[in-house]
Design a protein around this ligand. Structure first.
Ligand code: AMP
Length: 542
């Protein structure tokens, strides 16, 4: 017997409709690409999103067509989120930090019909325009006064496109499983692969995010996503904020400490979210300028592991609760979030910190398990580590156009490529990427664990660990260090510092120094590049 409840589709347009109707006066504040701070409301955002939808229809865009953006976090990008997906087209958020050839590749792979771009990226597009033969038009996200001279073909001015529309548009209704947006993973090997979200997956992910045990976003919050809207839909915040009517602050291209602080302080931001690198810059600025964060309640750190020192500084020096989170493009992205359980309230500081360093506990909606190389499930004891497998309604079932072939097993389990532990309370801790784990004498050494310990040394700016071929042990760890400015620290001192913090057989066999460690477009260490760079490295123990 079926239930008798209504089968109303979960659609992205309902988010902005709700925000406009019930939180119509709540502000969306943006640092515009042109310079000034821009303010308007959710009611304005919906109105203009509808005008954009009408404009796109006028340009021949139909349901299912891919419409791309190359844009910072700003109000016009927000309008693209709702205008494009709301009308049933697919919003393809391109990461402008990819190499130009990769951008051309994914725009073609996605069959983008129109590209909407911030002024910043016009030169980038001009350089690859001849490779984008299928793109019918470019829309520059600015007004007539700021329109640049450009060699791009078929160029439109965004504000003029909107001004020509009435906005008397009713969001259409369609199947909630319709594709809504497309985001390519930066992948450290091979070509980027597209993850195609649906309206349903996006809404379910948003419901989860607003729950108290996850981001707990609510109408009393002012949220500033530093995480870009071109990186897994700003971790869903552009949707979640509208779902609960939270004031939204969009930092544009101002990701430096001073610009972020100006908005965090001036707009009384209560919650923010971003990768550790961004927070390093902010903490540096706060320290150098003797600033505090009196309004900020919590900050979400994810994308790579939050170092213990960062958690401690936020909590002890600035009274900001750190919420460590883990996820991936293939998961919309949220999988775990590190909120504490009541029984931990009277634990010692060190024990609580040990929990906070974990990536967090599994959120409702995502199934998780760890397995060995043969697919056998490993115990949830916080010690065993293995391949982290996930499944759920906001986890991908395969990449766009079947790139990479079948990526889930018969029971829908998707291999995240991460290696982790799981404990009885559901807390997950990443120990490595499966490609990066160091295989020494048949056992695994976590490169991330070694890196975390090394960066705890005051004179270390950044650390990376890779496995180097070893005649006896198969692989042994090499520690690669970027020193702090002015530091002349040497390898033995760092190894001495690490002693006692890990098993002796985990100790790196050698330490080497570089000026810079290569990063991917999303800020992750490029181990593959390092492995190539150090391919001929001879360990003293070999
Ligand atoms: P992306 O799809 O670019 O968001 O990258 C996802 C990957 O980033 C995950 O599979 C992890 O390897 C890594 N990652 C994300 N969050 C964390 C975290 N909190 N700690 C460690 N690694 C993380």
């Amino acid at each position: 017997m079926l239930g008798q409840m209504q089968d109303r589709p979960l659609l992205i347009s309902s988010l902005i409709e709700f925000a406009a109707l019930y939180h119509g006066d709540v502000e969306v504040v943006s640092r515009s690409v042109e310079g000034p701070i821009h303010r308007y409301t959710y009611a304005d955002a919906q109105q203009r999103s509808k005008q954009l939808a009408q404009g796109l229809i006028g340009m021949g865009i139909e349901m299912g067509d891919r419409v791309a953006t190359l844009a910072w976090n700003g109000y016009r990008h927000l309008e693209c989120y709702y205008g494009v997906s709301g009308m049933g087209a697919v919003l393809h958020t391109i990461n402008p930090r990819l190499f130009p050839e990769q951008i051309a590749y994914i725009a073609n792979h996605a069959d983008d019909r129109i590209i909407l771009t911030d002024l910043t990226f016009v030169p980038l597009l001009e350089a690859i325009a001849d490779q984008l033969a299928e793109v019918a038009a470019f829309v520059i996200l600015t007004d007539r006064d700021h329109m640049p001279e450009t060699t791009l073909p078929n160029v439109h001015c965004y504000e003029e496109l909107l001004a020509a529309q009435q906005g008397d548009y009713a969001w259409p209704s369609f199947d909630e499983k319709t594709a809504s947006s497309l985001c390519y993973t930066s992948g450290t090997t091979g070509n980027p692969k597209g993850v195609l979200y649906s309206h349903r997956s996006t809404l379910l992910h948003s419901f989860s995010s607003t729950s108290r045990d996850v981001l707990g976003l609510h109408s009393g919050d002012t949220v500033l996503p530093v995480v870009p809207m071109f990186h897994v839909n700003s971790w869903g915040i552009a949707y979640t904020a509208a779902m609960c009517g939270a004031k939204l602050v969009l930092p544009g291209m101002g990701m430096d400490g001073a610009s972020l602080f100006e908005l965090l302080d001036g707009e009384k931001v209560t919650i923010s979210a971003g990768v550790p690198t961004v927070w390093l810059m902010l903490l540096q600025y706060l320290r150098d300028n003797d600033k505090k964060l009196p309004h900020m309640d919590r900050t979400v750190i994810g994308g790579s592991a939050a170092p213990a020192t960062m958690i401690e500084t936020f909590e002890n020096d600035y009274d900001v609760t750190v919420v460590h989170a883990w996820g991936m493009t293939e998961m919309s992205p949220l999988g775990t979030i590190c909120t504490m359980k009541p029984k931990m309230a009277d634990w010692s500081y060190d024990d609580r910190l040990a929990v906070k360093r974990k990536q967090g506990r599994t959120v409702y909606g995502v199934d998780m398990k760890i397995t060995d190389d043969d697919g056998n499930e490993l115990p949830r004891d916080g010690k065993a580590f293995g391949h982290l497998m996930v499944r759920g309604p906001w986890v991908t079932s395969g990449y766009f156009k079947a790139e990479g072939g079948t990526v889930i097993d018969d029971d829908d389990w998707f291999d995240t490529g991460d290696v982790s532990t799981l404990d009885r309370d559901g807390y997950m801790q990443i120990t490595d990427r499966s490609k990066d784990v160091i295989k020494s004498g048949g056992e695994w050494i976590s490169s991330i664990e070694l890196e975390n310990i090394a960066v705890g040394h005051g004179e270390v700016a950044e650390a990376a660990v890779i496995g180097i071929a070893h005649p006896k042990w198969d692989e042994r760890p090499l520690l690669i260090i970027v020193r702090n400015e002015g530091s002349a620290i040497e390898g033995p001192e760092i190894l001495e510092f690490m002693k006692g913090k890990i098993a002796t057989w985990w100790m790196p066999d050698d330490v080497t120094f570089v000026d810079e460690i290569p990063h991917t477009a999303t800020g992750k260490i490029q181990k593959l590049v390092l492995r190539e760079q150090f391919a001929d490295y001879k360990l003293p123990t070999a």
